[in-house]
Write a protein that binds this ligand. Sequence first.
Ligand SMILES: Cc1cc2nc3c(=O)[nH]c(=O)nc-3n(C[C@H](O)[C@H](O)[C@H](O)COP(=O)(O)OP(=O)(O)OC[C@H]3O[C@@H](n4cnc5c(N)ncnc54)[C@H](O)[C@@H]3O)c2cc1C
Length: 69
Amino acid sequence: MLRPAAATPLELGISNLVLAGDWLHTDFPSALMERAVATGRQAANLVLLADGVRQVPLTVTTSRGPGLL
Ligand SMILES: Cc1cc2nc3c(=O)[nH]c(=O)nc-3n(C[C@H](O)[C@H](O)[C@H](O)COP(=O)(O)OP(=O)(O)OC[C@H]3O[C@@H](n4cnc5c(N)ncnc54)[C@H](O)[C@@H]3O)c2cc1C
Protein backbone atom coordinates (compact mmCIF):
# COMPACT_ATOMS: atom_id res chain seq x y z
CA MET A 1 0.00 0.00 0.00
CA LEU A 2 1.26 3.47 -0.89
CA ARG A 3 1.49 5.54 2.26
CA PRO A 4 3.14 8.97 2.35
CA ALA A 5 5.76 10.00 4.90
CA ALA A 6 6.35 13.35 6.57
CA ALA A 7 8.67 14.52 3.78
CA THR A 8 6.69 13.12 0.80
CA PRO A 9 5.26 16.50 -0.35
CA LEU A 10 8.78 17.99 -0.37
CA GLU A 11 10.08 14.99 -2.33
CA LEU A 12 7.30 15.54 -4.86
CA GLY A 13 8.31 19.18 -5.28
CA ILE A 14 5.55 20.66 -3.14
CA SER A 15 7.43 23.22 -1.04
CA ASN A 16 6.27 24.47 2.35
CA LEU A 17 4.18 21.37 3.06
CA VAL A 18 5.07 18.55 5.45
CA LEU A 19 2.80 15.91 6.92
CA ALA A 20 2.20 14.52 10.41
CA GLY A 21 -0.26 11.99 11.78
CA ASP A 22 -0.89 8.36 12.58
CA TRP A 23 -1.72 7.59 8.92
CA LEU A 24 1.81 8.21 7.64
CA HIS A 25 4.60 5.74 6.87
CA THR A 26 7.66 5.60 9.12
CA ASP A 27 10.88 3.63 8.61
CA PHE A 28 10.76 2.48 12.25
CA PRO A 29 8.10 0.57 14.21
CA SER A 30 5.39 2.91 15.51
CA ALA A 31 1.62 3.15 15.71
CA LEU A 32 -1.28 5.28 16.90
CA MET A 33 -0.35 8.26 19.11
CA GLU A 34 3.34 7.33 19.02
CA ARG A 35 3.34 7.60 15.22
CA ALA A 36 1.41 10.89 15.33
CA VAL A 37 4.04 12.34 17.70
CA ALA A 38 7.02 10.85 15.84
CA THR A 39 5.87 12.15 12.45
CA GLY A 40 5.05 15.49 14.08
CA ARG A 41 8.66 15.70 15.21
CA GLN A 42 9.87 14.66 11.76
CA ALA A 43 7.71 17.37 10.20
CA ALA A 44 8.97 19.96 12.71
CA ASN A 45 12.55 18.91 11.99
CA LEU A 46 12.04 19.45 8.26
CA VAL A 47 10.86 23.00 8.98
CA LEU A 48 13.76 23.60 11.38
CA LEU A 49 16.22 22.20 8.83
CA ALA A 50 14.90 24.53 6.14
CA ASP A 51 15.33 27.46 8.54
CA GLY A 52 18.84 26.38 9.58
CA VAL A 53 17.75 25.76 13.17
CA ARG A 54 18.96 22.78 15.22
CA GLN A 55 16.61 19.81 14.94
CA VAL A 56 14.95 18.03 17.87
CA PRO A 57 15.97 14.45 18.73
CA LEU A 58 13.68 11.58 17.73
CA THR A 59 13.85 8.51 19.95
CA VAL A 60 12.51 5.41 18.18
CA THR A 61 12.53 1.66 18.69
CA THR A 62 14.83 -0.57 16.64
CA SER A 63 13.41 -2.49 13.68
CA ARG A 64 15.34 -5.62 14.69
CA GLY A 65 13.87 -6.14 18.15
CA PRO A 66 15.78 -6.33 21.44
CA GLY A 67 18.67 -8.32 19.91
CA LEU A 68 18.91 -11.37 22.16
CA LEU A 69 21.58 -13.04 19.98
C1 LIG B 1 -11.30 5.41 21.00
C2 LIG B 1 -9.82 5.57 20.71
C3 LIG B 1 -8.89 5.17 21.64
C4 LIG B 1 -7.53 5.30 21.38
N1 LIG B 1 -6.61 4.92 22.31
C5 LIG B 1 -5.30 5.03 22.06
C6 LIG B 1 -4.34 4.63 23.02
O1 LIG B 1 -4.64 4.16 24.12
N2 LIG B 1 -3.01 4.78 22.71
C7 LIG B 1 -2.62 5.30 21.52
O2 LIG B 1 -1.41 5.43 21.31
N3 LIG B 1 -3.51 5.71 20.60
C8 LIG B 1 -4.84 5.57 20.83
N4 LIG B 1 -5.75 5.96 19.89
C9 LIG B 1 -5.27 6.47 18.62
C10 LIG B 1 -4.89 7.94 18.74
O3 LIG B 1 -6.00 8.67 19.23
C11 LIG B 1 -4.51 8.44 17.34
O4 LIG B 1 -3.48 7.61 16.82
C12 LIG B 1 -4.01 9.88 17.40
O5 LIG B 1 -4.96 10.71 18.00
C13 LIG B 1 -3.74 10.35 15.98
O6 LIG B 1 -3.36 11.69 16.03
P1 LIG B 1 -3.41 12.56 14.74
O7 LIG B 1 -2.92 13.91 15.12
O8 LIG B 1 -2.74 11.82 13.62
O9 LIG B 1 -4.96 12.62 14.32
P2 LIG B 1 -6.22 13.15 15.15
O10 LIG B 1 -5.96 13.11 16.62
O11 LIG B 1 -7.37 12.38 14.59
O12 LIG B 1 -6.29 14.67 14.75
C14 LIG B 1 -6.78 15.07 13.47
C15 LIG B 1 -7.51 16.38 13.65
O13 LIG B 1 -7.78 16.94 12.37
C16 LIG B 1 -9.10 17.44 12.39
N5 LIG B 1 -9.57 17.46 11.01
C17 LIG B 1 -9.91 16.42 10.21
N6 LIG B 1 -10.29 16.85 9.01
C18 LIG B 1 -10.17 18.19 9.02
C19 LIG B 1 -10.39 19.21 8.08
N7 LIG B 1 -10.81 18.94 6.84
N8 LIG B 1 -10.17 20.49 8.44
C20 LIG B 1 -9.70 20.78 9.68
N9 LIG B 1 -9.48 19.85 10.63
C21 LIG B 1 -9.70 18.58 10.30
C22 LIG B 1 -9.88 16.48 13.28
O14 LIG B 1 -11.03 17.09 13.79
C23 LIG B 1 -8.85 16.21 14.38
O15 LIG B 1 -8.91 17.14 15.43
C24 LIG B 1 -7.11 5.84 20.14
C25 LIG B 1 -8.07 6.25 19.21
C26 LIG B 1 -9.41 6.10 19.47
C27 LIG B 1 -10.44 6.55 18.45
